[in-house]
Design a protein around this ligand. Structure first.
Ligand code: ZN
Length: 656
């Protein structure tokens, strides 16, 4: 039997007990590699899904739990004090109950008492600084056309549901969820003291308000086009885009009164926001702003607020039966607010230097293979190849954790009210972000905390980044045979490298500027290949009636295809260099490569969570991340024998 009860058990490199040997590998390799695991695994009540990623996160949480418990007992270093105080205040449920909503009363009061529409822009800015995304969202990031320069990026935001589609679709599942969302808004208003009639009326008003913002929002697929979401805009042009909106007041409140240049990700949306400021009644605004404030802070308030938040965002939206234990919820907050101080303590316990070296070797290995493959591409001309190699050679690699830790010395937290600490940390982080405007882009900065189970490619810095959190089984095994590590973490590394050349990444150059370095004919040849990827994934139907959105997931699917190929080629080279190892457990090294890959992606999701992922997540579900790339790879069928999975040659996208 599989021990799903022991949530922190570390799997072996390849688990025979996960296999379904009644399925022919070439017919359905995901089922073959994981069938017994799928049959025996029950998703824990407090999770939206389960699988390799969740297991690593769970084990990381166990390490972080020890870190935080020790820090809360009275840590000595500044990092320990900071995370220890936030954690301890979050666990002190008695104090949280006693404080009630005192911590957010001033924020609510401001939202509730706005009495002139001319005051709205200043209020929106004031709320942004306190973590309340109302009306729009903003971040300081590099200028896409000049990657050394930081800019304020203004973007659509301020919806309570995960995407515009949730408001605009009218199938039965969507309308049911819309109904539940309105009920949730009403419940929150009741908790704030409104009577039944007023709560229901306010909920309807907020929903209609958000519905209008959703209609004005740019769809996700459109946002994949970097030229559509990078619109350099001057301070004067903001006035034209959003007539009547008092940008001077807004920018003053966010601490950037002198900002001159902006990127407006969705220009049309800003116009709609200005319309709302001009046309919506103040009653509608007050209801909307209260809803946004309570949405931002419910999880740090007394149980009744947190429970109501969970009832919608946990139970209704992703199907969780129960909330995670308190310590995990607080841990997630510590990671969000204090990612680097926490990460510093995490890597000291969980990330040995040997692991870093082995993975850096793998990266070098894969980079050499990709370079070679670019040289040999039939569809790409010499000039584009030269530019592609320049870009690949310029890739920066970040492994494990930052070289320089971010300075948190300006932030002090205490054992007082949890929500007070969260507000202080939020303002500190917001001001830090705005502070970047005065400086050139810091190429050493990390966008994920070290314990995060994920990795990324970031086009403006042309870098691939692997937090320590993912460098663990089933992605990386310190003691496994090379086959398994090439198939699991090797594929992840190849995936991130390929992002530099996916439909988005390929539009940025070697220093991270959005600039075309392609010859026209090569771009056409490339797109005709990526169109095949769109077609392939559009054909998959993970839930009845719900297909993968091939255009939304194109970048990730290109990266999966390329990542697996590059990792496999690198492994072939390894075999040529080191010789063919004996079979292990009855499997050849090549078979173990593919098993390591497929088992690292084992996963299953609740129907609600799957529905949400298919709407907003640019990644295909785990099963298709395995089947999709393999179906195009003759080397896989050579290793495991032919089967029905294999796609006809003319339908296979051959890109990298
Ligand atoms: Zn990716």
């Amino acid at each position: 039997m599989i021990e799903t009860g022991t949530r922190t058990a570390t799997p072996g490199p390849i688990e025979r007990k996960f296999l379904d040997e009644t399925t022919k590998p070439g017919d359905d390799f995901f089922q073959y590699a994981n069938g017994a695991w799928l049959a025996a695994t029950t998703i824990p009540d407090d999770e939206p899904g389960w699988g390799g990623f969740f297991e690593v996160r769970d084990r990381n949480f166990a390490v972080l739990h020890d870190v935080l418990e020790d820090a809360a007992k009275g840590g000595k270093s500044a990092s320990e004090k900071l995370v220890g105080n936030l954690y301890a205040s979050g666990l002190d449920e008695a104090a949280i109950e006693k404080a009630g909503i005192a911590g957010v009363r001033e924020i609510l009061r401001r939202a509730e008492s706005v009495s002139k529409r001319e005051d709205l822009p200043a209020l929106l800015g004031w709320l942004q600084r306190r973590g309340v995304r109302a009306g729009l969202a903003l971040r300081v990031m590099p200028d896409a056309f000049q990657s050394t320069k930081n800019l304020i990026h203004l973007m659509q935001g301020g919806l309570g549901l995960p995407d515009r589609d949730y408001y605009l679709k009218d199938d039965p599942k969507s309308t049911e969820l819309q109904e539940k969302y309105r009920a949730h808004l009403a419940a929150m208003f009741r908790l704030l003291g409104d009577d039944e009639t007023a709560s229901v009326a306010s909920a309807k008003s907020v929903y209609d308000f958000e519905h209008a913002l959703a209609e004005a929002s740019m769809p996700r697929v459109e946002q994949r086009d970097p030229y559509k979401v990078n619109n350099p805009t001057t301070r004067e042009q903001l006035d034209t885009l959003a007539p009547g909106f008092d940008w001077t007041a807004f920018l003053g409140e966010i601490g950037a009164p002198d900002a001159k240049d902006f990127n407006v990700r969705q220009p049309k949306y800003l116009g709609a926001l200005a319309d709302a400021v001009r046309d919506r009644s103040l009653d509608e605004w007050r209801a909307y702003l209260r809803a946004r404030v309570i949405n931002a802070y419910a999880q740090y308030l007394p149980k009744r607020f947190e429970d109501e938040r969970f009832a919608f965002y946990g139970r209704a939206l992703v199907g969780q039966a129960t909330q995670k234990p308190r310590w995990k919820r607080v841990l997630e907050t510590v990671d969000n607010e204090l990612g680097e101080p926490l990460g510093q303590l995490y890597v000291a316990r969980a990330f040995p230097p040997e692991a870093k070296k082995r993975i850096l070797d793998l990266v070098a290995d894969l980079r050499a293979v990709l370079r070679d493959r670019i040289d040999k591409l039939e569809w790409m001309g010499e000039e584009t190849k030269k530019a592609a190699r320049t870009k690949l050679d310029a890739f920066a690699v970040k492994m494990g954790y930052p070289d320089t830790w971010r300075d948190f010395s300006g932030l002090s937290l205490d054992r007082g009210a949890y929500v007070d600490n969260v507000i202080k940390a939020t303002i500190f982080n917001f001001d830090y972000d705005i502070g970047k405007l005065a400086k050139p882009v810091d190429r050493g900065e990390w966008l994920m905390s070290p314990p995060t189970v994920n990795a990324y490619y970031y086009p403006p810095r042309n870098e691939i980044v692997f937090p320590a959190g993912i460098l663990q089984p089933p992605f990386f095994f310190a003691d496994a045979d090379a086959a398994v590590n090439y198939g699991a973490i090797g594929m992840v590394i190849g995936h991130e490298m390929t992002h530099g050349f996916d439909d988005q990444g390929s539009q940025f150059d070697e220093i991270g500027n959005l600039r075309n370095w392609w010859q026209e004919s090569d771009r056409i040849a490339y797109t005709s290949r990526t169109d095949l990827v769109v077609q392939q994934f559009d054909g998959y139907e993970p839930l009845p009636g719900m297909h993968i959105n091939g255009k939304l997931c194109l970048g990730e699917n290109i990266a999966d295809l390329g990542g697996l190929k590059i990792a496999y080629s690198a492994f072939e080279r390894y075999l040529a260099r080191e010789g063919e190892p004996p079979k292990i457990d009855g499997f050849t090294a090549r078979q173990r490569f593919f098993l390591g890959f497929a088992q690292s992606w084992r996963s299953k999701f609740r129907e609600e969570a799957q529905r949400m992922r298919l709407t907003i997540d640019p990644h295909s579900p785990g099963m298709y991340r395995v089947l999709g790339p393999l179906a195009n790879l003759p080397e896989f069928f050579a290793a495991f024998g032919a089967g029905t999975m294999e796609r006809p040659k003319e339908q296979r996208p051959a890109i990298w």
